[in-house]
Design a protein around this ligand. Structure first.
Ligand SMILES: [Ca+2]
Length: 497
């Protein structure tokens, strides 16, 4: 077996006859964009090309990512109790995606898919572990930066530890504030955060726990002064203010409503339980709801800031979640029906683990109140941004730009043949969505050729009725996708790869 080396395309790219190193490609396109300042002049041979032109000025791009927010946790996706008026307004004034999927069912791989335009069968980081992005990995931030965008990320990163090649400033972001390490990010009252490559000491005092196989720092505060989400929300407003005069890309990677897993049943940390303090609910459920409403409040402040600065019409704002709802820190995803009509939670490859509440707003271009069922995923974000910035997408990515869908040009929207996920905890799992069909294989580590469960999402979105016995030809097709959709992974192998 040949392992993928650090500076080469995966094997499958050889079939295209393209030997271009990803970094060389980036340099080539980036050089062209920077030197001519006219994206239309980029060499057409260098990328897969653009399908749709937006015309006019290139928009600012903001991706707001919630952490462990379920498909049913927001009002515009059916939530009846937790108040999310600003996210609901964003959907009403823009677009709702009913069939948008996260990159994975846990944090790091989901974010890797988002940043690199590759699904978990091809991307570097296929599980939660300390594997940093490499210089050879091309991120959406690098592409937008080279196209002339100011690039910033505030919140949680998870794709590289201090001093590694994976830190945001070495992956295309001009500006970075927040948590590098995911376990560190569990704690909402940390002792420190990062601003670019500098540690920013906070006034909180923390009982640090060195936990887990990766020995990374988690903790629970003994003195709670500064709530990290509030700092992150302010940083987002500052970034927009500072860059109002040029195209910018802001990746707002919020940590809400993830639990502080180190705090046991008191992990739903939030400074105030309002507006739910007097409800007759268990404490963690009050915390869960209060976190989400607090996040929604700050999304409202960000939208108001865009309006105040006159950027409203020319800013594309995308909101989603990195995986399904968790059952950690005392939270109970059944209490608020956090998965909505879907089966499963975080760590499942059933729909509840990966289908995520997603909205987009761009008043200049997206018509108000649209709902689309285009089957899309996190790896589509990179090519969509390339379309928005007027540059070509890199060769060999898995994503497909959904710009035509945003513009209401459904007739020209290219569709995925299928979507693929692999997950390397709990016995290893694989899943495929192929049109209305969904295939899930459990216990892949023990039984790589084991049975595939088959569901028809059109008639059974809850994935309760396994119809594999009735459709052997569909199962065979899905099995062939599970085999062909991946390249070997050094850190996340599957049997017989
Ligand atoms: Ca997550």
């Amino acid at each position: 077996m040949r392992k993928q080396t650090r500076r080469e395309f995966p094997e499958r790219r050889r079939e295209t006859g393209v030997r271009l190193n990803r970094r060389s490609f980036l340099k080539m396109t980036g050089f062209a964009a920077a030197s001519v300042g006219a994206p239309a002049l980029l060499p057409s041979c260098a990328g897969v090309g653009r399908t749709t032109s937006i015309g006019g000025k290139r928009p600012n791009i903001i991706f707001i990512l919630a952490d462990d927010l379920g498909y049913g946790d927001v009002g515009c996706f059916g939530q009846k109790i937790i108040q999310t008026p600003n996210i609901d307004r964003m959907a009403a004034e823009g677009m709702r995606f009913t069939d948008h999927y996260a990159g994975s069912t846990v944090c790091a791989p989901s974010r890797c898919c988002l940043m690199t335009g590759l699904h978990t069968g091809h991307c570097l980081v296929r599980g939660n572990a300390r594997v940093p992005l490499r210089p050879a990995d091309v991120t959406v931030a690098e592409l937008l930066k080279q196209a002339g965008y100011a690039t910033g990320i505030v919140g949680k990163w998870g794709l590289g530890e201090p001093d590694s090649t994976g830190i945001p400033n070495r992956q295309g972001f001009d500006y970075w504030f927040g948590y590098l390490n995911q376990r560190h990010a569990h704690n909402y009252y940390p002792k420190y955060l990062w601003r670019n490559e500098q540690k920013v000491e906070l006034a909180n005092e923390v009982n640090h726990i060195i936990g887990g196989s990766d020995r990374s720092p988690g903790g629970v505060a003994t003195k709670r002064v500064e709530y990290s989400h509030d700092l992150v929300a302010e940083e987002a407003l500052d970034f927009v203010e500072k860059h109002k005069d040029r195209p910018f890309f802001l990746y707002l990677a919020l940590t809400i409503p993830h639990a502080n897993n180190e705090a046991g049943k008191e992990g739903m940390e939030v400074p105030s339980l309002e507006p739910y303090a007097d409800r007759d609910w268990p404490q963690p459920q009050k915390g869960h709801a209060a976190m989400i409403t607090r996040m929604d409040r700050d999304i409202g402040r960000l939208m108001a800031k865009l309006k105040a600065l006159g950027l409203d019409e020319n800013t594309f704002v995308f909101f989603s979640s990195d995986n399904g709802p968790h059952k950690e820190g005392g939270a109970d995803p059944d209490f608020f029906n956090s998965s909505g009509p879907l089966r499963g939670y975080k760590r499942a490859l059933y729909e509840g683990g990966i289908r995520v509440p997603t909205t987009a707003r761009w008043p200049g271009k997206i018509k108000a109140g649209l709902v689309n069922d285009h089957i899309s995923a996190f790896w589509d974000f990179l090519p969509t941004c390339c379309d928005l910035a007027g540059i070509n997408s890199p060769e060999g990515i898995d994503g497909i730009s959904f710009l035509p869908t945003l513009l209401g040009q459904n007739w020209s929207q290219k569709k995925h043949e299928f979507l693929y996920w692999e997950f390397h905890e709990q016995g290893k799992r694989q899943a495929v969505r192929w049109g209305d069909w969904k295939g899930v294989r459990l216990n892949v580590a023990k039984n790589p050729d084991g049975p595939i469960e088959l569901y028809n999402l059109k008639t059974n979105i809850a994935e309760q009725h396994n119809v594999a016995d009735r459709h052997p030809e569909i199962v065979a097709k899905i099995e062939s996708y599970m085999k062909s959709a991946r390249t070997p992974s050094e850190n996340w192998p599957l049997p017989g790869q």
